[in-house]
Structures are given as structure tokens and as C-alpha cells.
Design a protein around this ligand. Structure first.
Ligand SMILES: [Ca+2]
Ligand SMILES: [Ca+2]
Length: 503
């Protein structure tokens, strides 16, 4: 089975409790990108998968291009060369753009062969700045499928970047690399320290530290709250697709972003992993509690108290009579938190092809097994999906692997329209500037009018498969096909804020 997934992760002392409450209050009041505020980064950047910690694929940005032409270069600001396959969706922050790809563009002959590569480009003109390359894991395809590159989408906060390598490591990098002439630590053992090399601050090896056995690829896109980072371990089956070598390894871990040390872990799944674990975690305030929500390897969605890891609720995304792999699905989509609810569809590894899927709206203020008590609505006209929701103006847009984009009422699940892309959809819809942007495997990006009435505004071909999700930043759209990253903007769009590397 081939896997190519990009979207495809207190104690009771009064004093400590008070400190935590204060810490939360401070985080909520002074951090502009606080996950408990509205679903827009606000800064013009798109600093993580989904833009904000609730992962809702929407933006309030205006002036985005409604059409472009790759061949005629219309509204194409710049194009950057990537490896031969790219799955780590673009992130834009601090004047730089980051993508996960493979090593087939070979930027540095001193780092040859098949590797996972995180590349950084200057946002204003697409100039290549630096890269972090990772050799493949020795076990090969069972843990680290050839030529899939880096499949994680980074999280950028200030001058720190966090992402998961193809080697199942959560790493913290300096966004300036060695261009600032300093080797940031505690990690200072870098062998390559030229201006195009990555400066590692710390790394957490999930294979060594928590015993993860990643199935085919480690892909989790980190999210944070306060001092904690959250990632999925990608722990899964071995090549037999029967054995689970590390049933005791957690599905989700929280790591202190300052120290790189484990803060909490949870392994509710244990030995019930259906296949792999490739859903990225989401953070948001639900009721009065900031939760981390995660789709896990047994097909259940679980919610945790973000600071402590206390499990609050769990929800089975499969009908009880379903059978793996025919009718029972795994969770590859990222959950979206919106208005105290969680939106997520289930599906399977693209290599498993098409099949029936299920989309849910879950009331995450409930506690315990909320499969029945937390069900707000269930939509069964969706096919298997690995996409993530975009929710705006009372409408939820959700795409499936069979090529259909569904527009539903967010409160009731009533369908308003369905659009057929006639090709598999790996990415997710982006809703911004009154439009819905969505790419497909044929390389087409469709632009629809957002709203209850279906209206196709434009469709452009990008030259090869678009497995990515369009990302808006500072008036431009960032979209990659298999091997090229495009910055797409209406001519005359003001330049993005200066990159700190240009100071
Ligand atoms: Ca540095
Ligand atoms: Ca370093």
C-alpha cells in the first residue's frame, strides 16, 4: 500500500492552578493569534495549516485574484521550483514561505539522495533562502515511503518554526537559519552551517522518545496553545497490515515549545489502530475550556483539555456495524472547531480508492462517549474524504476524494449544492474574498462564488496535480502543484511586509 499524505497528527496545588489560570489569561489577552479568537490570523500571514489553530480554512482577506493563467503568466507573481513531489502545504509568515517537498530539485549536492526537505523562500520574490533536509528512515517504506518528502505543514511563531520530519521528529528551527550568523541552541551539532542550511533549536524524536512506529509517513502539522505544541505521532501498523508493533505508543503528544520536552501524551487507541494515524490536531475554546481535538487511528475523534491532556470526550465516526476496510473508515482529515462544534469527515488512504464516507457536526461541550449525545448532525452523502472543512456565513464547504465539493448548512447539515470536479480531491477548500478555491488531481483549481447558490466563476489548470490547499497571505494566493510553488496576485497588489532576513 502506498501512502502519500500531506493532509495525511497539574497537579492540584492551588498556586500552580492560579499560575495556569494567569498563563491562560495572559495568552488570551496578549497573543494576537490566540486560538480562542476568531478564525483569521489577522496579520495577513498564514502561519500554520488552516491559518489558525481552529484549522478553519477561511480568511477575511480581500483583493485576492479571482483568475490567473499559468501559461500566459497572468497574475502569476513568481514561480519557485520544488522537488518532484510536494505534500507539505505552504505556510507564510514573517516575509517567508515554507513548503514540504522531496530532494529531487537537489539544492545542495552535499545533501544528495532521497530526503524529506523543508524549503524556505522569500515571500516578495520567491527567492530560495534555506532548507532543512532529512535522510530517509533506515527501515524504508514501512516507516518512510520513498520520494514523498516532508508532508507536515509547519507552524511559525515569531522566529521559531515547528514541523514534523519524515523521520518522525518534531523539530524547532530558527526561521533565519544560519543567515543571522548565529547557531541557536540547545541543539548545536549541525554539520552544515552555510546560509542555506537550517539552524535546529531542538528536536524531539517520536520513535526514540515515545516508541512510535510511523506507518508509511509521519505528516502531522503542529498546533500550539500557550507553551505547548501538539502533534500526532503517526503510530500505526507494520507492513503486514495486521500487527501493531507499538500498541503502547501514544496517538497524540504535547511538547513544551521552550524545552522540547514531553508535557503529556494519550493512547486511548491502544491496539485498535485500523491502519495509520495521519490526522493533525486542532485547538480551540469550546464552552469554557480550551481543547485539543484529534482524529485518531481507531476512527474516533477525541477532545482533551489542552493544558493538562485530560480526555474530555470521544466520538465514533463509524457506524457500529461497519467493517474495515470496506465500510469502516479512518480519520485523515483535520477536525475544524467552529461555534463550540467540531466538523470532521472520515475516509481512507487515497491508495484505497473511493468509498462511502461520513461527515459529522459534533457538540464538543458534551463529556464522555458522546457518539449519541454529541451528534448535532450526520451527512452520509459524502464519499471518503481526506479534506478539511471551511466554514463561513453559516455554510460548511467540504470536499471528498471522489471529486465532489459539498455546500451544507453548518447548523443543520442540509445540503445546498454539490459541485463535481471530475477528479480526486486531496486538498481542502479555501473560502476567502467571497469565493471558494479548490484544487484537484487533474491540476485544476476551481473558483466558485461563496454562498447558497452554486456559481462557478473560473477554472484554471496549474500544469500538474494540485494536492495542495490554496493559502492566502498579504493579498496573494500560494498554491503548489507537484513540483512548482506559485505566488498568484492581482498586479499592483502591495508588496508583503519585508522579510526579517532582508533587514
Ligand atoms: Ca540562527
Ligand atoms: Ca542550532
Amino acid at each position: 500500500m502506498k501512502t502519500r499524505i500531506s493532509r495525511w497528527a497539574v497537579n492540584g496545588l492551588l498556586a500552580v492552578a492560579i499560575m495556569l489560570v494567569l498563563a491562560v489569561a495572559i495568552v488570551c489577552s496578549v497573543v494576537p493569534n490566540s486560538p480562542v479568537t476568531a478564525s483569521d490570523p489577522g496579520s495577513g500571514d498564514w502561519p500554520m495549516w488552516g491559518g489558525t489553530a481552529d484549522r478553519n480554512m477561511v480568511s477575511t482577506m480581500k483583493g485576492l485574484p479571482a483568475e490567473w493563467d499559468v501559461e500566459k503568466k497572468k497574475n502569476i507573481k513568481w514561480v519557485a521550483t520544488l522537488g518532484s513531489q510536494s505534500y507539505g502545504n505552504p505556510v507564510v509568515a514573517g516575509g517567508q514561505v515554507y513548503v514540504g517537498t522531496n530532494n529531487e530539485a537537489l539544492r545542495d549536492p552535499k545533501q544528495p539522495g532521497d530526503r524529506g526537505v523543508l524549503m524556505a523562500f522569500r515571500e516578495s520574490d520567491g527567492e530560495y533562502l534555506w532548507q532543512h533536509t532529512n535522510e530517509k528512515l533506515a527501515a524504508g517504506r514501512v516507516n518512510d515511503w520513498p520520494f514523498q518528502g516532508v508532508c507536515s505543514s509547519p507552524l511559525v511563531e515569531g522566529d521559531k518554526l515547528y514541523y514534523v520530519t519524515n523521520r518522525c521528529e518534531l523539530v524547532c528551527l530558527d526561521t533565519q537559519g544560519f543567515r543571522d550568523g548565529e547557531n541557536d541552541g540547545p541543539f548545536k551539532e549541525e554539520k552544515l552551517t552555510s546560509p542555506t542550511d537550517a539552524d535546529i533549536v531542538w528536536k524531539f524524536d517520536m520513535i526514540e522518545e515515545v516508541g512510535s512506529h510511523p506507518h508509511n509517513m509521519s505528516n502531522s502539522s503542529p498546533v500550539s496553545f500557550g507553551d505547548l505544541l501538539y502533534v500526532c505521532t503517526s503510530n500505526g501498523q507494520d507492513e503486514s497490515h495486521v500487527n501493531i508493533p507499538s500498541p503502547k505508543a501514544p496517538s497524540i503528544i504535547a511538547i513544551n515549545k521552550k524545552t522540547g520536552k514531553l508535557a503529556w501524551e494519550d493512547n486511548s487507541v491502544f491496539d485498535r489502530i485500523l491502519h495509520g494515524q495521519w490526522s493533525s490536531p486542532t485547538v480551540g475554546k469550546i464552552g469554557d475550556v480550551v481543547q485539543v481535538v484529534h482524529g485518531q487511528g481507531d476512527g474516533w475523534v477525541r477532545g482533551y483539555e489542552a493544558l493538562t491532556g485530560k480526555k474530555l470526550w470521544e466520538f465514533d465516526s463509524n457506524p457500529k456495524d461497519s467493517v474495515w476496510p470496506k465500510t469502516r473508515n479512518e480519520l485523515i482529515s483535520t477536525p475544524v472547531i467552529f461555534d463550540n462544534k467540531v466538523y470532521i469527515a472520515n475516509g481512507q488512504d487515497p491508495e484505497h480508492g473511493e468509498g462511502i464516507g461520513h461527515l459529522y457536526c459534533i457538540d464538543a461541550t458534551k463529556r464522555g462517549d458522546i457518539t449519541k449525545t454529541g451528534l448535532v448532525w450526520h451527512y452520509d452523502k459524502i464519499r471518503r474524504s481526506i479534506s478539511t472543512a471551511a466554514i463561513q456565513d453559516g455554510l460548511v464547504y467540504y470536499s471528498d476524494f471522489s471529486g465532489f465539493l459539498h455546500c451544507l448548512d453548518a447548523k443543520t447539515g442540509q445540503a445546498y449544492w454539490v459541485h463535481d470536479m471530475f477528479a480526486a480531491i486531496w486538498g481542502s477548500p479555501l473560502v476567502a474574498d467571497g469565493r471558494v478555491y479548490l484544487g484537484d488531481e487533474d491540476g485544476d483549481v476551481v473558483v466558485l462564488q461563496a454562498g447558497k447558490e452554486k456559481k462557478v466563476l473560473a477554472e484554471m489548470n496549474m500544469g500538474s496535480s494540485v494536492y495542495s490547499t490554496p493559502v492566502p497571505a498579504n493579498g496573494a494566493l500560494f498554491i503548489f502543484n507537484r513540483n512548482q510553488l506559485f505566488s498568484i496576485a492581482v498586479k499592483g497588489t502591495p508588496a508583503p511586509p519585508k522579510a526579517s532576513t532582508q533587514r
